[in-house]
Design a protein around this ligand. Structure first.
Ligand code: UGY
Ligand code: MN
Length: 259
């Protein structure tokens, strides 16, 4: 029997950046994530990035789907779903329609919309998958599904950076936002934010310093951060390249649900 040995020159501090501050924030670097097996998939594993166990009101996974792998039949669990392809490609089958999502491709699916996922490429595919209970609002119809690619979404100025709104911001029927935030090196937020919305943040590129409730963390591509409601937050982009992250946020509701 052979066991895997870590490199002898790697110190524990650089290998263990994972930080959990219950009820405030969690930093989960890729190197510290452990795969789970999901019951309704084959040829795939998942890293659970955020879940109610952390205090989150949503579940976010990074799905790692091997060639030929995917869901074992239709996925339909009553939640709204959001998918974003980080790497590789995946086939999304919805009723009669089939969509090929390549890197940067994404989809929002309303509750009760059944779909199947399959990796028909010859390399591993990595997909961000978020699910939550859709919060309906009186007089607003549940929107139809969205299938698109971030390359087709314009970047608009916001505070000190450029933002792409993957879910239409102007439509209050959506109870969530997924935005891509793009920072030139050396840029930082214009102010410290503290707000009721939760965040699931996935670093896509570049480096930076995230300031979270008084703690400084250096962050890099593939890091995940969960920010609980009101967690004070501030970002500085460092390094030579643009920093970029995918950000989930709950929006457009008055938070009386659950009172
Ligand atoms: O929209 C936001 O709340 C965003 N500016 N927050 C963040 O990037 N931490
Ligand atoms: Mn924020």
């Amino acid at each position: 029997m052979s066991t895997r040995r870590p490199p002898v020159d790697a110190d524990i501090a650089s290998r263990a950046r994972a930080t959990v501050k219950p009820g405030v924030y969690t930093l989960l670097p890729q190197a510290n994530r452990v795969p789970s097996v999901l019951p309704n998939f084959s040829g795939a594993s998942a890293q659970v990035l955020a879940a109610p166990q952390l205090g989150a009101r949503f579940v976010e996974h990074e799905l790692l789907i091997r060639p030929g792998g995917g869901s074992l039949g239709p996925i339909c669990d009553g939640f709204e779903h959001f998918l974003f392809v980080l790497e590789g490609g995946v086939t999304l089958r919805m009723e009669a329609a089939e969509h090929q999502l390549c890197e940067g491709g994404y989809s929002w699916l309303p509750p009760e919309r059944a779909y199947e996922l399959k990796n028909q490429t010859d390399s591993q595919t990595r997909v961000i998958w978020l699910r939550r209970r859709y919060a309906s609002a009186e007089g607003l119809q549940v929107p139809d599904a969205i299938v698109s690619n971030e390359r087709d979404i314009p970047a608009v100025p916001e505070d000190t950076y450029l933002e792409q709104h993957l879910i239409p911001y102007e439509n209050p029927a959506f109870d969530l936002a997924f935005n891509l935030l793009n920072f030139e090196p050396g840029t930082c937020f214009g102010y410290v934010e503290s707000h009721i919305m939760e965040h699931g943040l996935y670093m896509l590129a570049g480096r930076g310093i995230y300031w979270l409730n008084g703690d400084y963390h250096e962050v890099q591509a593939n890091d995940f951060i969960f920010m609980a409601a009101y967690c004070p937050q501030y970002f500085y982009a460092t390094g030579w390249d643009r920093a970029r992250y995918l950000l989930y946020k709950d929006v457009n509701r008055d938070y009386t649900q659950g009172l």
